[in-house]
Design a protein around this ligand. Structure first.
Ligand code: FE2
Length: 239
């Protein structure tokens, strides 16, 4: 089977944010990626978070909700199942309940079983006090996976009868820039490695991207779609 993946479009109307991000180009970039996914006949597609951003001075909650609805209308216009795990920027202006309602999916953790593999979606947008960012306030350098999600991951891997893929916005790969890494990532990696069933970990968040083999498992971080004029996305073959 094939999946189409992109991450970090940071869509909003700003021309330029953080010196290198071009958020208002992202709607067309998503269109390009979705066209490629149709062409490749992917089974489903995924955004690994930071679907929206905001122009920090002007944008209200209603404006950002509008951005989110605009992106989702585009994605829905393609007849491809879509899955999502939120990023820190999604929680800046929108609540988990709103994101869930707009996408028509629960917020992670949740699992998608295909005929040949199990995809486990996690949410690392929790502070050290285990409050989710939309409740406790976004602190992007303090990303954690709550114990309940680690337990959920353990149980989903234990019961899996097919190869597994783990999908999350923040980084579990220990080789990337430290502030981007989930603080208790070592505990999560141990569960992943001990299961013997995970073939791939997909992440966003670290905009440069990266790829490393950890405990014999491929940890792939996709480059961010919002950076410059490039249109990064991947079509990944799974068993
Ligand atoms: Fe991002």
């Amino acid at each position: 089977m094939k999946i189409g993946v992109f991450t970090d479009p940071h869509y909003c109307k700003a021309d330029l944010l953080c010196k290198t991000r071009r958020p208002n180009l992202s709607l067309n970039k998503i269109r390009t990626a979705m066209d490629a996914f149709v062409e490749a006949k992917v089974d489903f597609c995924v955004c690994l978070g930071d679907l929206t951003d905001h122009n920090h001075e002007d944008d209200t909650h209603e404006t950002v909700l509008g951005y989110f609805q605009e992106v989702m209308a585009l994605i829905r216009s393609y007849d491809i199942p879509f899955y999502f795990t939120p990023g820190n920027h999604d929680y800046h202006m929108l609540s988990g309940e709103e994101l869930s309602r707009e996408i028509g999916l629960p917020m992670p953790p949740y699992t998608v079983d295909t005929a040949t593999c199990r995809c486990i979606f996690l949410d690392g947008n929790y502070r050290s006090d285990m409050q989710r960012f939309d409740v406790g306030g976004v602190k992007w350098t303090d990303s954690n996976l709550p114990p309940e999600q680690i337990d959920y991951l353990y149980r989903q891997l234990r019961s899996a009868t097919a190869p597994c893929v783990v999908l999350i916005h923040e980084n579990l790969d220990p080789n990337l820039e430290q502030r981007h890494i989930v603080k208790n990532a070592e505990d999560v990696r141990r569960v992943i490695a001990n299961s013997g069933k995970v073939i791939l970990v997909l992440q966003g968040h670290y905009h440069k991207g990266g790829e490393n083999i950890v405990d014999g498992i491929r940890y792939l971080t996709l480059p961010a779609m919002c950076e410059g004029e490039s249109v990064p996305y991947q079509i990944i073959d799974l068993p």
